[in-house]
Each structure stands twice: as C-alpha cells, then as structure tokens.
Design a binder for this molecule. Structure first.
Ligand SMILES: [Zn+2]
Length: 320
C-alpha cells in the first residue's frame, strides 16, 4: 500500500510549463504537493483527526506559508485551486454541501468562496488516510513529495516550513485547550516567535469569524488575505500573556488606533473613543461614530477579553 501511494503521489497531474515554473519547483506547478504537505502538517498537529478534510482557513494558512517560501510577493495563489482538483488524481473525493445537487465542477473552482459554497469537505482515499495518520509512513510520504517536486536548494526550507506549520497548529490547539483548564493543569510551553504569532492568530481569528471586534469590518481577498490582525490587549512584551483573553481580532485601522490609545473598551465591553479624535485637523467621523457601541464577542464566552487586560489598556494606553 505504501509503495503504491509513494508512486502515485509522484505522478500528480500538474501544469508542466517551464515558462511559468522554474527549476525551484522542478518546472511544474507546486499547488498539489504543497496542499498535501499542509494536510499532513495539520494531521500531525492533531488539527485533523478524522477523514474529513475541510477547506478551513487553517489549511489556507498552512498552504500559503509554503507558497510564500517559493514565490516573491505579488505572485499569489489559493488553496482553493488544488483542493478540488486532487479529486481527478484519485487522492480525495469531494463531498457536496447538503442540498447541493449540482455542485460546480472541480475544474471551474478558483476561489475559496466558490469551493465553500458547494462543498463541505473532502475525504481522502481510505488507504492514503491511514498512511498519513501513521507517523512513519507520513514522514516517508512527506520526504518523497519534497524530494520529487522541489529542487535540492529549497528542500531544507520546505522542511522548515513544515516544522513551523506543525508547531503552530499544535500551539493553536494548546491555546484553545488552555482556556478550558484550571491554572494548576496548565503546562507552560516555550515556542519561537513565528510559531507563537501564527498559533495565536490561528486560535484567535476564527473566534471572531475574522471580523474586527471594534468596527465589525470583515474583508477577504480572492487570495484569502484578511483585513484583521490578532492584536494583543496588553502587549505581549509587557506580560508575555498569549491567552486568548488577552487578544482581539482587529482591522489594521482599529489595531493602530487601539495601540495608540485613540480607542479603548470599557468594562461593559462598549467602545471608548479618545476626545483627541475630535481635535482640530482630525477627520475620524466613522471611528467616532462607534462610541458606546458594543464590541463583537468571541464565539466561545471563555475567550471573552479579560476585564483586567482591558482595564490595563484603559489605564496605561487609552488617551481620555
Ligand atoms: Zn476595525
């Protein structure tokens, strides 16, 4: 079974055009191998525990991390491209959403939005799923994919990206779990900055449905870039507090205004606007209009912004 899949995964149908793809990706499109690596990373981190691969934003992030290692800024792609097309390779089967009788054919899907509008998830071939679940066979498949589809000069970086993906997904898992444990049960972990930031983002933003907790804006580009950041209420450098209760999903503008003390949040979770926003020369009507409105709350109440963190921000940062 392993040798069958080892062979099959080196025969994925890819775009082989040397004008479009250079030697780094062995003159072929790397979408499918990257997606398979990303799926295996999330499996190893315990984020995929059954044969149900959802086109989740976590998977998008893992895919995008690899893509950025390979291509310059500006050359973008989306996981929504290889995800449905792996069906033609016999790697997975797409499962339409309930009630969808005529889903868009895989070859016509070019965005996550389209993919999610007709398919709920995909099931890997049963045997492949078993192989990907086994630590040893998964490592063999991973190494094979990397050595077959990527030039030697980039292989170590791809391996490194895989490690970061696995550790950040594990850290996301840890942060979500941490909220449910008592202080005695929590074992603190030390991770690198990139793993810490990615893991925090992966846990926090879905809690807010990728919406700004202050102005409620939610924007997703076709390449799955989001307008929101995973912001800390008390800066991480102050207290090294990465609990989700010290986080807020904020758009770029609200993040800046919050960090500058132009916006705050009161103890009833209503928005505070600094009087300085009304100073002569400022033009901030749409932010001023948010005053006294409630913030967006996370999906799970246990990750609600902590009262003591918001109080710290009002005391130390907010400009009255
Ligand atoms: Zn905002």
């Amino acid at each position: 079974m392993l040798s069958y899949w080892k062979h099959k995964l080196t025969k994925l149908r890819t775009d082989k055009n040397p004008k479009r793809w250079d030697a780094l990706t062995t003159h072929q499109a790397p979408h499918k191998p990257i997606l398979l690596l990303a799926i295996m990373d999330l499996m190893e981190a315990g984020r995929i525990t059954e044969n149900r691969i959802e086109p989740s934003l976590e998977l998008v992030d893992a895919f995008t991390g690899y893509w950025r290692k390979l291509f310059p800024v500006g050359k973008t792609s989306t996981m929504a491209y290889p995800f449905p097309r792996l069906q033609t390779d016999g790697v997975l089967a797409l499962i339409p959403l309930q009630g969808i009788t005529q889903p868009i054919p895989p070859g016509k899907i070019h965005s996550l939005h389209k993919l999610q509008s007709c398919y709920s998830h995909a099931c890997l071939d049963d045997n492949l799923y078993v192989l990907m679940q086994g630590a040893e066979s998964r490592e063999i498949l991973r190494t094979d994919l990397i050595s077959h589809y990527f030039a030697e000069v980039i292989r170590a970086e791809i391996q490194g990206e895989s490690r970061v993906n696995r550790l950040s997904a594990q850290y996301t898992h840890y942060l979500l779990d941490k909220g449910t444990l008592t202080p005695d049960e929590i074992k603190e972990v030390t991770v690198t900055r990139i793993v810490r930031d990615r893991g925090f983002r992966g846990a926090l933003l879905p809690e807010y449905d990728h919406r700004c907790a202050i102005c409620k804006v939610r924007v997703r580009t076709p390449e799955e870039h989001h307008v929101v950041d995973a912001a800390h209420i008390v800066p991480f450098a102050e207290t090294r507090n990465n609990n989700l209760t010290n986080g807020l999903s904020l758009c770029k503008l609200c993040h800046w205004a919050f960090d500058e003390g132009m916006l705050g949040i009161d103890k009833n979770h209503k928005i505070l606007v600094s009087s300085h926003m009304r100073a002569a020369g400022n033009s901030a009507a749409h932010l001023i209009g948010l005053e006294h409105r409630p913030i967006v709350e996370p999906v799970h109440a246990l990750y609600t912004p902590g009262g003591e963190n918001l109080a710290w921000h009002r005391r130390e940062v907010f400009v009255r």
